[in-house]
Design a binder for this molecule. Structure first.
Ligand SMILES: *Cc1c(COP(=O)(O)O)cnc(C)c1O
Length: 372
């Protein structure tokens, strides 16, 4: 049969799909590659979700996730019309590009091309370039410093392609994949130097010391994005949200798929918000494991970057990171290896439970023995 490929838009044929971390089918593997939470959702969340499986599966869910929006607006002490819910926060990131960034069009005056720009810091979440490319936006990449900190505002101004007018700027805080945390005042400074829409992506904020939520009161061009996936053990259900000025939220709402958040996800997220202390206890357990594993690896001559997330970015000793990745995999331990020039000396290791980290430590010692 003849391929129908010529029927597809040229632009789409040229795209590179997002490469997600592996979701292996084999059981018994220790999965430390996609920053999932090692602890299950609270028993109350499981129960609520199970009791949502009934006759209601026949019906469409609440299209605006109104109950959940109300609960989140209370949590952050904002108006309900300052909150939008997404099918994971990835859904919201995609909506932001479609809502605020003009796709490149040959007739657009080139000196206005800030309207086409998605500005990101490198490295940060690897989905942003993929979303920008799909949309036909211009990607504007600003390097972070060697220690993954932001350049100071006066140094940003010296970077030739830094563009404060960029239609949309994504800021991942704490940073992924480095784990570095930023202070609220540092993020405020950055916001002050930007004129376009700013998305502060706080996917890992519950493991961090500070956050940027209060800044939505001072900056009408700021959206703060959060997710139930990582800290609330709910990746499977796909629920994320953004908080910001009602005019920005209203615009996103026009772009949103009408039933973007499934009913069981809404139920699970509601139940999560009613049981927050359960999760706060898990955050502490993960932070404890984080510091123990940092110390363990440090003592074995790994370079361990400071982390305010549920993962560590580490540079292993003696052999290339790709070698370590393969050998750990042979021992049934999967971590994340990024095959790109900025990061190919590093491995990213998700923090698991105490027993998982013990198993990880044993595997590290085995590989080390093999090569030294
Ligand atoms: C995991 C992650 C997300 C996406 O989370 P979902 O809500 O599961 O879509 C967004 N941003 C960053 C930086 C992430 O690591």
């Amino acid at each position: 049969m003849k391929s129908p490929i010529r029927l597809i838009r040229k632009h789409i044929n040229k795209l590179h799909a997002y490469v997600p971390g592996e979701q292996p089918k084999m059981r018994r593997l220790l999965k430390l590659n996609t920053n999932e939470n090692p602890y299950p959702p609270s028993p109350k969340v499981i129960k609520a979700t199970q009791s949502g499986v009934d006759d209601r599966l026949r019906l469409y869910p609440d299209p605006t996730s109104s109950e959940l929006r109300k609960a989140i607006s209370k949590l952050h002490k904002v108006q309900e019309n300052s909150v939008i819910i997404g099918n994971g926060s990835d859904d919201i990131l995609a909506m932001c590009i479609r809502t605020f960034v003009e796709p490149v069009h040959p007739q657009v005056n080139q000196d206005r091309n800030y309207k086409n720009k998605v500005q990101i810091f490198q490295p940060s979440y690897s989905l942003y370039p993929v979303l920008a490319e799909i949309h036909g936006a211009v990607l504007n990449e600003i390097p972070l410093l060697d220690n993954f900190d932001f350049p100071l505002p006066k140094d940003l101004k010296k970077i030739p392609n830094w563009d404060p007018r960029s239609a949309l700027t994504f800021i991942t805080t704490p940073n992924a994949p480095s784990g570095r945390g930023y202070s609220t005042s540092q993020l405020e400074q950055l916001c002050r130097s930007l004129k376009g829409v700013i998305v502060i992506d706080e996917a890992y904020v519950d493991f961090a010391d500070e956050n940027a939520m209060e800044l939505v009161r001072s900056f009408p061009n700021l959206l703060v994005c959060r997710t139930f996936s990582k800290s609330y053990s709910l990746c499977f259900q796909r629920v994320g949200y953004a908080v910001g000025h009602p005019d920005l939220i209203g615009a996103l709402d026009k772009v949103r798929d009408s039933y973007n958040v499934n009913g069981l996800g809404q139920i699970a997220a509601m139940a999560t918000l009613k049981d927050l202390p359960y999760y706060q206890n898990n955050f502490e357990l993960i932070k404890t494991q984080r510091s123990q594993t940092s110390e363990f690896l440090n003592n074995l001559d790994f370079k361990v970057l400071p982390s305010q997330t549920n993962f560590l970015l580490v540079r292993p000793p003696l052999k290339p990171a790709s070698f370590w990745f393969e050998e750990l995999r042979n021992l049934g331990v999967i971590v994340r290896y990024f095959n790109n020039p900025n990061l190919n000396e590093y491995l990213r290791v998700t923090i698991g439970s105490e027993s998982e980290m013990k198993r990880f430590h044993r595997a590290i010692k085995k590989v080390l023995k093999m090569i030294s």
